[in-house]
Every structure is written in C-alpha cells, then in structure tokens.
Design a binder for this molecule. Structure first.
Ligand code: AMP
Length: 983
C-alpha cells in the first residue's frame, strides 16, 4: 500500500528530526544505539518482506535519515517483525529504550476493515552472539515481550494537511541483563506506524567533584539498589574522613559522606586547593584559609605551612603556629625583701616586657656572701637553703627562703623565664638583691637569788660582733592577778633585779636588740626569791640554763614591735640601781598580753620642749653630715638628701630637713616637735629618726632616706605596674605602722598617701609627724568652720564636724589610703569641692571601687568608712584581713567593678582601626596607631601590651580596655572562620 498518507510531506519530519551534532541528551545517559544518527542502512531485519520497510528521508540539512514503516491495514492477519542488530550493553545491567513513532488513527482511514490496529509490540532477546535467531522461524518464546505500545496521539489526514505533527515518545526499560547485548524486535499486527527513531541507552552517575574529592563516572546498578562509590582527594588535598557517595539507579549522586581538606600550605578556592601566598600560611589541614603570618614572623615563599620567626623571636615547641613569635621576658622588678634571722621573703614585680607570652615563671638563684679582707666573695648556697613553694619555675613573683644562716649576707638573683627563654642564645637578665639575715639570739639565763633580788646572767650572741645594742629583761610576779610587767634594759649581759618580795616566784624573759631589731624572747624562766635575809649565792650547778633559740618565720615584722626606753620622768621611768647602763620602766597597763606596751608622749606635756628633743632625739654633730642635693620643700625649709657617718658606724643615706633662717622660737619648737615625736617610734613601717642638729644653725632633722619619695607620686609614676599582691604588701606595711602608732596611743590625723614614704625595696613607711602640719603644712588641708585646717578628703566626718580625732578616724583615713593605692594615686573624690565631699559623705555616699579592685578590698574600705566610728575595724583586724588575703590570693580574684573586665565590645561592623578605636572610646590613640603602621583591623589583632606601651598607651586601664577589645575582635574573626568552614 502506498505510504503517501503516512509521509505526505517531508516537512513533517523536519519538525521532529533532532539536529545532528546538536543532539543533547542528559549527561547521565550513555547512548548505545541511536537510529537517527546512523549514517548508512540501519541493517535491521524485517520479516515478511511486505511488512516493515526502511524508508530513507532527508532532513533539513539534506542528510538521509532512516525510518521504518508498516501500514498493511487493509489486510487481515498481519504479523510483521522488525529486529535490530545486537545492541551491546557495555556493562549496563539496565538499559532504556526510547521509541519515537507516529500512528494513524484507524477511523481516519477510509474503508479499512475492523482488523486495523492502533498498537504494536516491543520484544527483546538477550544474547552473546552476533547471530540472532532467524525471524523466519521466529518463535515468540525466544523473545521476551517488553510492552504493547499504544499511541498517546494518533493523527488524521486533516492533521497531516494542516502539517500538525503528532509524535509519540515512549520509554521502556529492561533490567537484569547479563549477556553481551540485546536484540530489539518490533511486532506489528496490522497498524499504520512509522518508527521515527529508536534510541537505546543506559544511565550512569557522571564524574563528580564534591568536598574536594573526585567521584568517578559510575554505571548505575541493575535494579533499584544504590552503587557505593569511594572518592579520591583532589591534588593538594588530604582525606579528613573517607569520602563516599551513592550512585542511584536514576544516575544521580546521593548522600555524600566524609570530606577532603586542603593540606597545610594550601587553601580551598573555587573547589580546588590553591597554595598560600607569601606572607600567609596555613598550619593545619583543618584550618579553612591561609592567614597572615602572626606578628614577628614571615613567610617568603608560597605554600607556607608555618611562618619563620624574625631574628630574636622564637616559637616554643608547644606554641601553636598561629601564635606570634615571642621572646624571653625582661628582668623582673627589684625584689622587696623581708627577713628575719633565718628566713627571707622576696617579692618582686613581674617583668615590664613579658616577651609577649603569658607563661612567665621565675627562678631564684641564691649565693652566700662573706667578706674576706674587705673583698666580698659569694658562693652558691647549694642545698643549704630551702625555697618555698620552690626555687625554680615559680608561677608567682614571690618566694620564701628558709634555713638560712643568721647574720649572713645572701645575694638573691631573680630571673624571669618564659617558654622561649631556652631558645634564646642571649644571656639572661637577672635582678639581684642582697639581704642580710638578722641576729639570732640565743640567751642562756643563770640565776643567783637573795631575799629581795635575783641576779640573772646570760650568754648573748657573740659579743665580738659588737652589734647587740642592748638586752631587755622582762619580769612579772607569777601569782599576781594583774600581771604588771617590768621591763629592764642593759647593755651588759648580767643584771641584778632588786626590790623583789621575799619567797615570791617571778617569771623572767630576756631578748636582745641588734641593728636588725629585736630578736625573739627566749623561753620563760621562773625564779623564786629566798626567804632568808641573806645573800644566797647559787651553786654554779644550780644555775638554770635555758637555751632559747629564736624561731624563724616571716612574722618577724610583727614580732619586732619595739619596746624600748622612754624618759622616766613622764612614764614612771626609774633608773635601775644595779648597773649604770641599766634602765627600768614600769607599766601599769593591767592585763596586757605582751610585755613592752607603752604610750607615746606628746612633746607639749614637757615644760621645756627642748628637753623632749633631748630625751627622744640623738644630737648629731654637723660634721658627720654631708648634704648632697635638694629633694623637696617642707613647711620650714628645704628637704635634702645626704650622707650621715657616725663614729664607728657605716655611712648611711639620709634625708635632711632644715629650718630656714629667720625663724621664730615658736617655729623652732614646732619644727623640732616632729623629731621629738618621731624619735619615740621604732618600727619598720615608721620613718626612722637618725637624730637632730640643734647646736648649730641651720637646725636640722635627720631621718632615714626613702629613695622612692612619697607614695602618691610614686604610684602615679608607676600606674598599673604592680600586682594586687604588691599593692597589698604596701598597704600591709602602712597598716603595720599604723597599728604600732595606735598601740602607742598616737593619732596621726593626716594619714594620706602623700605622707607615706617608699624606699628602694618598696617598703612603705608612715611619716609626717609635725605638730603643726595638720593645721598648716598640708596643701590638702582646708579650713573648717571652726577655723582649724583639716585634709577634708582623708578625714572622718566626726573629726571634721567636732574634731574627734582618734585611731578610728585614722582608720577612716587608712581606707582612703587604700583607695589611693589601688587606684594608683587617683585623687579621692576627684575634682569634687571639699564642701561637696562633706555633704556627699554625710548623705551616705562612699568612694566606688577603683579599677581592678578586688571586692574584698573595697569592702574593707567601706568598713573603714562606717559612719559610726566604733563600727570601723581596728588596725589589728585590718592586718589580719590583709594577711589572710596575702595567704589566699584567690580571694582577690572577684573584682568589684566588673565593667572594667568587660569593656564594650567593638561596634558590630567596624572595619577600620579608626572606627574601632572610636567604638571603644579610645580615639585619642588614632594617630599613634596609624603612625606605627596599624592601618587595617587585621593588623591590630596581635598587638600586645608591650606593643601598646611602645605606642604610648601607658595607662594600665587604657591598655586593658584595648587588649580586651582586641581579644573580642579575635573571637569575632575566629567565629567567622568557623562559619566559613561549616559552609
Ligand atoms: P615633708 O616636709 O616631710 O612633707 O617633706 C617634703 C618632701 O620631701 C616629701 O614630699 C618628700 O618628697 C621629701 N622627703 C621628706 N622626707 C623624705 C625622706 N625621708 N626620704 C626621701 N624624701 C623625703
């Protein structure tokens, strides 16, 4: 039958012929056969001959195109077969058959019988052979039916005339293939069909790169199971976790597992690993990106996995590669020493430059020194000294050295070390201090008794050393309720105590005073006077021998509370008859706990004030004084530093206050009254009077020299440079001095940081005892309504209101001094006027905690500022509190003002150094930062405290604020990097 109605016009084919070369199948399909692209005959076999017919048509490019058609609709009993050649399956277990065809609607064909069909069947035969079973003898059982195909769309003549194309596409799949290939067969049972194209393909998962791993091109599985595929890392990437993916039957990749990461020195850019640029590095495969070399390091080449430290800087083995290169610390501050006979405590400030590290520790080297024919020689202490907590690797800047020899000079060198000290070839810098342990006192008591006297003799320390200044013998009647002590002093090592009751037991103790202060008392000895009225000379065998060795310990300063002679005229002083050098004092203090208490005597109680000076101050021959330079101005004249050399004493450094010419007698008395007061005190935290010059002009007061001058100026100069413990140490010293003064019943009235002096060992001492000073001398004193001059900011309200000056008002002032010390010399109440201060205090306002002030310290201040003076602590309690804090520094950790701990974090989104400084209110340092080359925010990320110091940011508070903000910038950057990694 003519086929004109099947292909009435070639134009129809143009419309659906896929363009050669432009054929674009999905990339997960691999074509095994495409009838459209066959250039010659398809070579398919048809049977019978009058059935399927190969027709060659031309496409729009005049390329011949093969189609098969059959249209034997007019005859019944059709069974026309068309079979392809062997289609190799190329390993695919499942193949797909896509058939494009047109089919005539039986109704549209004029006169066709009822046998006309509108379907055809598709079969396949699996085979390893190129020779298929012949169609002629075809048995349907040899072929497996895939499906009966019906048209979704058929077309009519009218449609053809209108050139409307009705092309059907059907896809069927065949699974479970095992042989080399398949033959496809199309069976027509009497339809009018044109097979326009037959395409056979299988599906695969195409090559994929994911998570820096490559997954090979993979043929999908035969059934619906997934095919598991292992990935291989791309170049310069390494496996973090084995990579796997699953190839689905549809040719899609599913469920990626594991990942590869770029190895050190490489970072991921556009899905591949690229080398780090020079100046950048990536230390670990786990890091996402190359980052700039940390400070003090560089990388000159690409692919750097770490940056090399600049000269003089090092990286410890355990330092992360991201850490700035660091260097050994500078020397620690000069140690402050406190010593007794066998122990020394050393405390020093941390090095100014920690080298950029936080792992600074200290080692202490000990050498014992002796002087041989004027030449000092020092040898290592070896194992003879005991260090607590240890000698090397001290985490805190202090150590207690015990088991030392008495009266021996030791040289202690303190070295600060950090994690890179061992890498530096430069010699270490040490800070050395010489400390001489004080005299140990071993007292041997002997006795000889009579009815009313007892003679004691003792072996003191080696007298050839000549430095026992005197011995102090204390005794009391044993069975008396009120144990009134009697203190006797002598320069000899024998004393007869008389005036005793017959047949009565007395308790005696003896201690020696040396240049280093008082030693401990030996043990007590109980001796009874005889009943007979005759002198009983004790058998030498009866001599009681008591060896009292003085325990070492760092509480020496407390034990050294002096108890020495004052004028008998004013305090019951009586000369001992036994020895012209003996002096005796009787105190009636009732239940005193320690012998040796005594009261300060106001010089005004003397009829002749000059006598007070004579009693309490040693007259110095002016020829022994050498004035060197002016160091300050006092109310009565200049204050100079100079040297004092007393006969047979070594030369010492002194401060010399002189009374300017043209003074009145009253001024002279007032001037010297300071010496009369100072001369009554002997305490390591009270400025020591060396003597006075009154016999020639100018009149002078000579005191020990305090190298670091007044405490307020000193603290301002060293703002932020001390540890809380060091500040506490200074406060403890002041408190110890004040406790001593209060026990002497002396009220200072002008306790303030400006009136505390500091020596080279950072020991603080209370000074300024002038009688007129509270009224006139103090620049901070203001006239009150009653006409007196009072340092308002330091003075307790009751003292301002009605001149109630007591030790409790000194406690108030001590609280202010604590505030001054912790705030490094800040002015109390800042620029508030005196009147405002008085009003504010009356209304209950109290100074807030200074920056970095531990809560406990501020609480102690607030206790000192209790309105009701009896509610304030005593100096003894303050000492106990400070000692407790020094022993348990962890109590100091909670800070009162935590806003200093958490400075405002930089505004979100700041992108320049200027904006950043502004956001933390530090814009005053803009120029310093830009001048030093910190122009990008990245560049400030590694700025250290010492860098800030070099930039001129010297205030501790400002440094802390900037460093904390840098920390939060670093945190922000870190978080951003983390986010990148996750993405
Ligand atoms: P004053 O008259 O005691 O207030 O002393 C005036 C200034 O002289 C003080 O502020 C100190 O700077 C200085 N000064 C007084 N005494 C001493 C001393 N013992 N050692 C060092 N400097 C002193």
């Amino acid at each position: 039958m003519a086929l004109y109605w099947i292909y009435p016009s070639i134009f129809i084919l143009y419309a659906f012929r896929p363009c050669q070369g432009l054929r674009n199948y999905p990339d997960n399909e691999v074509t095994l056969l495409d009838s459209v692209s066959a250039l010659g005959d398809l070579g398919w076999e048809a049977y019978p001959a009058e059935g399927w017919e190969e027709i060659s048509v031309m496409d729009e490019r005049n390329t011949p195109m093969r189609t098969y058609q059959v249209c034997n609709v007019m005859e019944a009993s059709q069974n026309n077969w068309l079979r392809t050649g062997l289609i190799p399956r190329h390993g695919a277990q499942r193949i797909y058959v896509e058939i494009k065809f047109t089919l005539r609607d039986c109704n549209s064909l004029p006169g066709v019988p009822g046998t006309c069909k509108e379907t055809f069947n598709v079969y396949y035969h699996e085979s390893n052979s190129d020779t298929p079973p012949p169609l002629r003898h075809l048995r349907e059982s040899q072929y497996i039916k895939i499906d009966t195909i019906a048209a979704d769309e058929s077309f009519t003549q009218t449609d053809v005339g209108d050139r409307v194309m009705k092309l059907n596409t059907e896809v069927r799949d065949i699974g479970g293939l095992t042989k080399r290939g398949v033959y496809l067969a199309f069976q027509d049972l009497g339809a009018c069909i044109a097979l326009v194209s037959v395409r056979v393909f299988y599906k695969r998962c195409p090559l994929a790169v994911l998570n820096l791993a490559r997954f090979a091109d993979t043929v999908t599985g035969g059934d619906s199971a997934l095919v598991e595929v292992r990935g291989t890392c791309l170049e310069d990437a390494e496996e973090l976790e084995p990579t796997r993916m699953f190839c689905s039957a549809d040719g899609g990749w599913l469920v990626p597992i594991g990942r590869c990461v770029c190895r050190p020195g490489f970072e991921e850019v556009d899905g591949r690993c690229q080398p780090c640029r020079s100046g950048f590095y990536k230390a670990s495969a786990m890091d996402a990106y190359c980052v700039k070399c940390p400070p003090h390091s560089y990388s000159h080449q690409d692919k750097a996995s770490e940056c090399v430290c600049e000269r003089g800087f090092y990286r410890a083995e355990t330092d992360p590669r991201s850490m700035a290169c660091t260097r050994p610390p500078s020397a620690p501050g000069t140690p402050i020493s406190t010593s007794n006979e066998t122990a020394v405590t050393l405390e020093w400030s941390p090095p100014r430059d920690s080298g950029g590290r936080g792992d600074v520790t200290y080692s202490v080297h000990c050498r014992k020194c002796s002087s041989e024919s004027g030449v000092e020689r020092c040898t290592p202490c070896g194992g003879s000294a005991h260090f607590s907590p240890r000698q090397f690797g001290l985490p805190l800047p202090r150590v207690l050295v015990t088991e030392l020899l008495t009266r021996t000079t030791y040289s202690f060198s303190v070295e600060a070390l950090n994690g890179v000290s061992h890498l530096s070839p430069s010699p270490r810098t040490l800070t050395t201090v010489n400390v001489t342990t004080s005299q140990a006192v071993s007292v041997v008591l002997k006795e000889r008794r009579s009815k009313d006297s007892i003679t004691l003799a003792w072996h003191g320390p080696d007298s050839s050393e000549g430095n026992v200044l005197e011995y102090e013998v204390t005794y009391y009647e044993k069975n008396q309720q009120d144990q009134n002590y009697t203190v006797l002093k002598t320069k000899a090592n024998v004393m007869t105590v008389d005036g005793l009751k017959p047949g009565t037991t007395y308790v005696f103790r003896v201690r020696a005073r040396t240049e280093g202060g008082h030693g401990n008392y030996g043990g007590e000895i109980e001796l009874e006077t005889s009943h007979e009225d005759m002198l009983a000379v004790g058998d030498p065998n009866q001599f009681t021998i008591l060896l009292a060795s003085v325990a070492g310990g760092i509480v020496l300063l407390v034990l050294l509370v002096a108890c020495f002679v004052v004028s008998g005229r004013h305090c019951g002083y009586i000369k001992a008859k036994q020895d012209p050098e003996e002096e005796k004092m009787q105190f009636q203090h009732g239940r005193v706990s320690l012998p040796g208490s005594r009261t300060y005597i106001h010089p005004h109680t003397y009829e002749d004030p000059n006598q007070a000076v004579r009693d309490f101050a040693q007259e110095i021959d002016v020829s022994n004084i050498r004035i060197e330079r002016v160091i300050g101005a006092g109310e009565f004249g200049e204050v100079c530093s100079g040297r004092l050399r007393l006969p047979s004493k070594r030369e010492i450094h002194v401060a010399i206050k002189s009374l300017k010419a043209g003074y009145t007698e009253q001024q002279r008395r007032d001037f010297l009254s300071e010496a009369s007061i100072m001369g009554q005190f002997e305490h390591p935290n009270i400025i020591r009077l060396e003597g006075v010059v009154t016999r020639c002009k100018p009149v002078m007061i000579i005191t020990e020299y305090m190298e670091n001058g007044s405490l307020d100026t000193f603290l301002k100069k060293h703002d932020g440079q001390f540890t809380v413990l060091q500040l506490l140490g200074m406060l403890r010293g002041i408190s110890a001095g004040m406790q001593y003064l209060s026990e002497m019943n002396y009220v200072h009235r002008d306790l303030a940081a400006r009136n505390i002096l500091v020596n080279s060992n950072l020991v603080s001492k209370v000074s300024d005892f002038g009688l007129s000073r509270v009224l006139e001398d103090d620049p901070d004193a203001a006239y009150t309504t009653r006409g007196g001059k009072i340092p308002i900011r330091w003075t307790a309200p009751e003292a301002i209101a009605y001149r109630k000056f007591t030790s409790a008002s000194d406690i108030w002032s001590y609280g202010i001094v604590m505030w001054e010390v912790i705030s490094y010399g800040e002015r109390p109440y800042w620029e508030m006027s005196n009147q405002d201060v008085i009003k504010a205090i009356d209304e209950g306002y109290r100074l807030p905690a200074p920056m970095d002030c531990p809560v406990v310290m501020h609480q102690l201040m607030l206790d000192c500022w209790e309105k009701n003076r009896s509610d304030r602590p005593k100096f003894g309690q303050i000492m106990a509190t400070l000692d407790r804090l020094i022993r348990s520094p962890s109590c100091l950790k909670p800070l009162a003002n935590s806003s200093w701990e958490e400075p405002p974090s930089p505004e979100a989104g700041v992108s320049t150094v200027e904006d950043w400084l502004e956001s933390i209110k530090m814009s005053q340092y803009k120029e310093q930062f830009s001048g030093a080359g910190y122009v990008t925010l990245d560049s400030v990320l590694y700025v250290s405290a010492s860098d800030l110091g070099k930039l001129g940011v010297s205030l501790a508070g400002h440094q802390k604020k900037i460093l904390t903000s840098i920390q939060s910038l670093q945190d922000q950057q870190h978080q951003q990097q983390q986010t990148h990694v996750q993405v």
